[in-house]
Design a protein around this ligand. Structure first.
Ligand SMILES: [Fe+2]
Ligand SMILES: [Fe+2]
Length: 472
């Protein structure tokens, strides 16, 4: 069901919530728990209001409203992309059949699992980023952080809506659990590893929004293809919001690299660290870390579960409709990373089993475009230095290379050598302490911290020195 957005409701939505009293009541009883979670686990910096984008519609004519709002009064709502009339399933054994508007009983458990895993990442990132406001490099950046945070909150709403609307009591229990698990908790941690890592500084934040939010983009891309239409439409709209998170990461790293390059040139040095910026080698280490833990989010190189999800129509490939094949893949094969006689190599497997690899490859190509962009900044500063993505075998905890250690160039290393050298490639305590020492808050309008360049433009046509945030 899709109706005109209703903003007079307690829960803004375009799913006709008013016509389904039971569902409305269930969600209205979850709402205070969400708000309690937001107060306890959300941003810690006290603010009066923030210049935020709120989703008010899903159509092409414009879906975002900008204005100063107190964050606790943000209108988290339920918005699904408009229903495409006659949408048909694009792949798998149900290819060509009408998309499902109701939940098929046989796929109930699998779909619930997929939704819970996606849903769990959304509040996790808010928790990871909760203390960053205290060290924001500018009011502009502060606003972007909060925008990402409220939208991840809305993504949680999106998943909770599906759980409540289609999965009955089990779904309601899962919705409670999404507020109960916490990032980094020893008793009830978040489901995926990268979402239990700390985001203690702004370089980590930009790396997270570049590399880890980008994983989210690819996962949402596969769910957008789902035969289960409500899931597909939910993810389609989430992807629109996700684009801003990518922008924050991409331009954030642009600006860090730009500032570092400026100081390297100015002081004729390879290390901008002593001059108040983040050394390029430290940026590389952060990149190595965030890229490698994000690769782990794609799961093993091969997966029969994912093959089954695809065949059943639950989860497709990235840009499924642009693929020039039969969309069933039963006769195809793919090369995937593997250990061969203890060496880093590849093996050929059935295309269906290798779907995680297919998705990860799309992701890696996308990540490379960011690296190219940052290298252009270095080149135009006249510097010979370059950043690069580490090898897929580097620092992995999941998949074919979880049991071995490798250098960023993909050279297999004995454990002892890895222990001795990993500080060359991953942030050390010294690096982290230095980065943190730079994180002095700049909460004054129009000013910016010394370790990062200002952005090229502001938000929604406003200038950089606009009063994006009023602190309490
Ligand atoms: Fe999200
Ligand atoms: Fe995101």
């Amino acid at each position: 069901m899709s109706t005109a957005p209703d903003y007079t409701e307690k829960i803004p939505n375009n799913v006709g919530l008013r016509e389904d009293r039971r569902l409305q009541r269930a969600l209205e009883s979850w709402q205070p728990n969400f708000l309690t979670w937001w107060q306890e686990m959300g941003p810690t910096l006290p603010t009066q209001d923030v210049y935020l984008r709120t989703a008010i519609n899903v159509g092409r004519a414009g879906w975002a409203h900008f204005g100063h709002v107190p964050m606790k009064d943000y209108r988290w709502g339920i918005f699904l992309a408009e229903r495409a009339d006659g949408r048909r399933i694009g792949f798998g054994e149900h290819q060509g059949e009408p998309a499902w508007q109701k939940l098929p009983g046989e796929y109930r458990a699998d779909l619930q699992r997929l939704i819970v895993i996606q849903g769990d990442t959304e509040p996790a990132s808010v928790e990871q980023q909760r203390n960053l406001g205290a060290t924001a490099p500018s009011v502009y950046d502060l606003r972007n952080l909060f925008q990402v945070n409220v939208e991840e909150g809305r993504h949680l709403w999106a998943m909770v809506y599906l759980l409540h609307a289609y999965f009955g009591r089990a779904g309601r229990e899962e919705a409670e659990q999404l507020l109960h698990r916490h990032s980094g908790s020893t008793q009830s941690p978040r489901i995926l590893g990268a979402f239990n890592e700390e985001t203690p500084d702004w370089l980590s934040f930009f790396m997270f929004t570049y590399f880890t939010d980008r994983d989210g983009k690819y996962q949402l891309g596969t769910l957008k293809e789902s035969a289960f239409d409500p899931l597909s439409r939910t993810c389609e709209f989430m992807l629109k919001e996700e684009a801003h998170h990518m922008m924050v990461g991409t331009t954030g790293i642009d600006r860090v690299v730009e500032r570092t390059a400026q100081l390297m040139v100015e002081h004729e040095t390879d290390d901008a660290g002593p001059h108040g910026a983040i050394g390029l080698h430290v940026i590389q280490k952060y990149l190595n870390f965030h890229y490698s833990v994000s690769l782990d989010l794609f799961g093993g190189e091969t997966s029969t579960n994912v093959a089954n999800y695809y065949t059943a129509g639950l989860k497709g490939r990235w840009l499924e409709d642009r693929r020039k094949d039969d969309h069933k893949l039963t006769d195809d094969s793919i090369m995937v990373d593997a250990l061969r006689d203890g060496e880093i190599g590849q093996i050929e497997v059935a295309a269906l089993t290798g779907l995680n690899t297919d998705l990860r490859r799309e992701y890696t190509a996308d990540c490379q475009s960011g690296v190219n962009r940052w290298n252009k900044i270095l080149a135009s500063a006249g510097l010979p230095h370059r950043l690069k993505l580490p090898h897929a075998a580097f620092n992995r905890k999941v998949g074919a290379f979880a049991s071995i250690e490798a250098s960023p160039d993909g050279e297999l290393l004995p454990a002892a050598e890895w222990d001795r050298r990993q500080g060359q490639w991953l942030p050390t305590d010294v690096d982290k302490t230095h980065v943190r020492s730079l994180m002095q808050p700049v909460h004054e309008r129009g000013k910016i911290a010394a370790w990062i360049a200002p952005p090229r433009s502001g938000i929604n046509g406003k200038p950089f020195d606009y009063d994006y945030v009023h602190l309490a």
